[in-house]
Write a protein that binds this ligand. Structure first.
Ligand code: C2O
Ligand code: CU
Length: 578
């Protein structure tokens, strides 16, 4: 069983447990004796069986089990111990066991809330709040059922509740993060003797046609995707961004391109958003070859979804054969691009540059030819072998370059089962093909570092965020949300290791700006294939990724989930050079 499944099973068990205790209490209150006893018996069994899932989760990693071991287990067991003597032997009037049963129900429910609303790291405050909630609810039920809680019990309840409120409401307060300074004052080289590729992109509202239907979009140069920017390695790229009428502002972020910090395009961190009527000039040397993309980073979830993105391709030199870029996107609920057919002479070398510009994973499959994965996230793989009838999963923001020599028969690329590109009449669509695991593809080489100057752990989860005017169920990192997540502070030259843990039930495509990270391990299994230098990788529910990089690009860099709705809902942190 994967840790993700285990997390789900444990959650279901926890819900059933709480529901059974509460149901048993309710049934006892209305004197439904057999039902009450059956539910109580089931609840006891479910409570004990959680020992198995909690222990298994703790073995998968303390992050998955901390609050279950420290809060849920002791609280439920204590409640059972307190209530137990009042349950046996079952009295003639079953109504008299209603309050004890409800008490265990409240205890297990509040422990469940700690998992769902607070998560990792477990805190004393959260535990106390859970105790207070259970005691208070029990006292209310006691009164409602006509009995009077004794003075002593009421006093204890009051003391626990007040104590819990005092310590517990601090439960989401983390020490304020140092203010992220603006613009590190990097000045891009301004010599004029380098070949310069100049572009101008004008952002504006537009109507574009998607599979034959007009939809409202935000677009660069009135097209979605925006113009494809290409350069040859060594060129200086200079892009003038103009904003015609995007009221919420626009920037250009060069996704996967490790530009100087001042050119990174993150509003509020490296520049101010470009407002209607304004412009901003980006300038950087194109010294990374490969497939990248650009997108706005101002209200990025809405902005990118509405169409403010395009492709950036840097080639080593003149192209031999066919070299096509296929950015996949969902605009107004419809898939882009439209299907395209291009005849290719047999024997022509083909490179398909696949880009996922959506916020969720896509599944890509090439039918009709074996292929190699030449590069991922712009970086060439070592010793890629030929595979056939195999799918690849590209995370949000990620890129794969697939290469093959065109056979005499047609080849087709499918995205989530839809033919997007082909070299002739579409061959049979791909079946339930196995998925390529990049961690065991290609030829390994030794990890360049054996010790790390800094290590950071990011635990991804959901949690209640009380910092805004309205409470929200946010996406959290180590129990906090942007801007309260402490930054990861490094020094220039440090070798830095990140452990990224997904405790939640959804995929989080992780993306660090300004650096490619080398994958060391996933779920404690060391990466065994070609060195993988990624800028975007899916951390699936229950997964633990270990990645590392050398801190060689000073500045303040966003480090966030590339499901941009999650990023906007709190899951954004920063890497900062001291
Ligand atoms: Cu492509 Cu900060 O993102
Ligand atoms: Cu996410």
């Amino acid at each position: 069983m994967t840790t993700g499944t285990l997390l789900a099973v444990d959650l279901v068990l926890a819900v059933l447990t709480a529901a059974a205790w509460l149901g048993g209490g309710a049934a006892a209150a209305v004197r439904r004796r057999p039902l009450a006893l059956a539910l109580a018996a089931f609840a006891l069994l479910a409570t004990l069986s959680r020992a198995i899932t909690i222990v298994a989760l703790a073995r998968a990693g303390w992050w998955f089990a901390a609050e279950k071991v420290l809060v849920a287990a002791p609280l439920s067991l204590a409640a059972v111990a307190v209530a137990g003597p009042r349950l046996l032997p079952v009295p003639g009037d079953v109504r008299s066991v209603a309050v004890p049963l409800l008490f265990v129900g409240y205890a297990t429910s509040s422990a469940l809330l700690v998992t769902v609303l607070h998560g990792y790291p477990a805190s004393v405050g959260a535990g106390l709040l859970a105790v207070a909630g259970a005691v208070a609810a029990t006292a209310v039920s006691w009164r409602a059922l006509g009995a009077r809680p004794s003075r002593a019990i009421s006093r204890v309840a009051l003391v626990v509740a007040v104590g819990a409120l005092v310590t517990g409401t601090g439960l989401t307060v983390v020490p304020a993060a140092p203010v992220v300074p603006h613009d590190h004052g990097y000045r891009a080289a301004r010599t004029t003797d380098e070949p310069t590729r100049r572009f101008t992109l004008t952002a504006g509202t537009a109507t574009v046609s998607v599979s034959g239907r007009d939809v409202a979009a935000w677009a660069f140069d009135a097209q979605v995707p925006g113009p494809e920017l290409t350069a040859t390695v060594g060129d200086v790229v200079e892009v003038t961004l103009r904003n015609r009428d995007i009221g919420r502002g626009v920037t250009l972020h060069w996704h996967g391109y490790d530009v100087p910090n001042s050119q990174d395009g993150v509003p509020g961190v490296t520049q101010a958003a470009v407002l209607p009527g304004q412009e901003f000039v980006y300038r950087f040397r194109a010294d990374q070859v490969g497939t990248y993309w650009y997108h706005t980073h101002s209200v990025s979830d809405v902005g990118v979804r509405m169409g403010l993105y395009g492709v950036l391709v840097v080639r080593p030199g003149p192209v031999a054969g066919l070299d096509v870029t296929i950015p996949v996107h969902t605009l107004a609920g419809r898939p882009l691009p439209d299907a395209r057919v291009e005849r290719v002479a047999a024997g022509t070398p083909v490179r398909l540059r696949l880009v996922n510009t959506d916020s969720t994973t896509h599944r890509y499959a090439v039918a009709g030819s074996a292929f190699r994965v030449a590069a991922i996230d712009g970086v060439d793989l070592r010793g890629p072998t030929s595979v056939v009838d195999t799918a690849v999963l590209i995370p949000a923001g990620g890129r794969y370059d697939l290469v093959f020599d065109a056979p005499a028969t047609p080849v087709a690329l499918f995205v989530d089962g839809r033919a997007v590109y082909s070299t002739g009449p579409v061959s049979t669509p791909p079946g339930d093909w196995p998925v390529l695991d990049p961690l065991s593809y290609g030829v390994a080489s030794a990890v360049p570092w054996s010790r790390f100057d800094r290590t950071f752990t990011l635990v991804l989860d959901r949690g209640l965020d009380l910092h805004d005017r309205l409470p929200r169920y946010a996406h959290t990192v180590n129990g906090a949300t942007d801007p309260d997540i402490p930054p990861q502070v490094v020094r220039l030259g440090d070798v830095v290791r990140f452990t990224i843990v997904n405790r939640s039930a959804t995929v989080h495509p992780w993306h660090l700006h300004g650096h490619h990270v080398l994958v060391l391990a996933r779920d404690r299994r060391p990466a065994a294939g070609s060195p993988l230098w990624l800028d975007s990788f899916d951390v699936r529910p229950g997964e633990v990724w270990e990645v590392a990089f050398r801190a060689d690009n000073p500045g303040v860099w966003a480090n966030h989930c590339h499901n941009l709705a999650h990023a906007d809902a709190g899951m954004t942190t920063h890497l900062m050079y001291s």
